[in-house]
Design a protein. Sequence first.
Length: 284
Amino acid sequence: MKVAFLGPRATFTDLVTREMFPHEERIPYATIPDCLDAVMEEEVDVTVVPLENTLEGSVNITLDYLIHEINLPIIAEVTTPVKQHLLVHPSVKERWQEVTKVLSHPHAIAQCHKFLHGSLKGVPCENATSTAAAAKYIIEHPDETVAAIANQLAAKEYGLAIAKDNIHDYDFNHTRFIVLSKKNIPLQPSTIEVKGYKTTVMVTLPTDRSGALHQVLSAFAWRKLNLSKIESRPMKTGLGNYFFIIDIEEKMDEVLIPGAIAELEALGCSVSVLGSYPYFHEIR
Ligand SMILES: O=C(O)C(=O)C[C@]1(C(=O)O)C=C[C@@H](O)C=C1
């Protein structure tokens, strides 16, 4: 089985992919859309992509690609702790404050704003396609005095020094990842446990009328279906037009969730199910 992940080796997505698919062939792709396309085009069987971070919120490119570009079911979700470190070329370790640029994935930069403002004030930040891509750039450009924000595995993988560890602004820094596949893939996580089940639905409200969202939420509420997340994303058809992505803390059943969906459709909403899947929390 082939598994696509946001590469290169040693991204946070790679760490999760190693946990979820320890015995499978893992193939790095440069961007999140590339990973999702690889599954759609059947180059690979399954992919792991980031969805949401505790400090920075949703990974919009993942959500938008799922909503607008492809039709691929979510088959699992994994939440993992994220520890960001400032990595430099070993020759720069003792003078890391002299770096002229900080490279990383935009989400990683956003998780370290306080550190960057306090310890590297005025040093420009530049977006990379992933944290590991930033780390790889440093070892490939030893003449440039730049730093990367990335994880411990990236330091090891690319032979970099950790100049400052744990630079994320808040201790509780976790990212949720989703696993997507057209197939019924067996999940064999090694060190993580199933915490429960979720069903994710995408709802479009009928027209801009008062109480529409209240009615949608009521359909879940009176069935005692607990919602763990509701998020709106632009439909990209005009200002004020939004989809709602709703996570229900239940496995798809034969009565309650189909009943709620039927009620929403009777109200004029359109509803599609993005997946019904187990969710895992990493132990370490
Ligand atoms: O760049 C990486 O290492 C990724 O796996 C991407 C990503 C993200 O998109 O949020 C994953 C986890 C962290 O929150 C930072 C970056």
